[in-house]
Design a protein around this ligand. Structure first.
Ligand SMILES: [Zn+2]
Length: 140
């Protein structure tokens, strides 16, 4: 793949250096059949160093969940070689079954069938708390 010329796909840019692999794993990109490029420590004017992920297909996934991992990222959607959309993830008000509550006294540790729900309590700080016990969400 010529990584500079994606025809139809998604480029996740401005990932904090070192975070690219977490996003790669979170999106299960290893399971895709298309070309995927993870570029580590690319030079960045803004950040010094950054990671970039280029996916050579138009994935239909909830990119907003990525805001939980790294709210500074930029998501670019490419169609016919042209960038048609560029946005930052909107932090979701709720995350269901994205991370698990680690509090051993939380009801989710005994009631296995309960979904793990975290609610956004501070948009500025990217802070989520468990719906049931108000523990902070663990890092992904
Ligand atoms: Zn909890």
């Amino acid at each position: 793949m010529n990584i500079d010329s994606i025809k139809n796909g998604i480029v996740i840019d401005h990932i904090a250096a070192g975070q690219g692999m977490r996003i790669y794993n979170f999106l299960n990109l290893g399971q895709l059949d298309c070309s995927v490029a993870l570029i580590k420590n690319a030079a960045s004017n803004k950040q010094g160093k950054k990671d970039i992920i280029k996916i050579d297909t138009l994935l239909n996934i909830d990119m907003n969940a990525l805001g939980f991992i790294d709210p500074t990222i930029t998501i670019n959607v490419i169609r016919d070689g042209v960038r048609v959309e560029k946005y930052h993830p909107e932090l979701p008000e709720r995350m269901t079954n994205i991370v698990k509550c680690k509090n051993p006294r939380c009801i989710t540790s005994t009631e296995q069938e309960l979904p793990h729900v975290f609610v956004l309590v501070d948009r500025e700080k990217d802070e989520y708390r468990c719906l049931y016990c108000e523990s902070k969400a663990p890092a992904l």
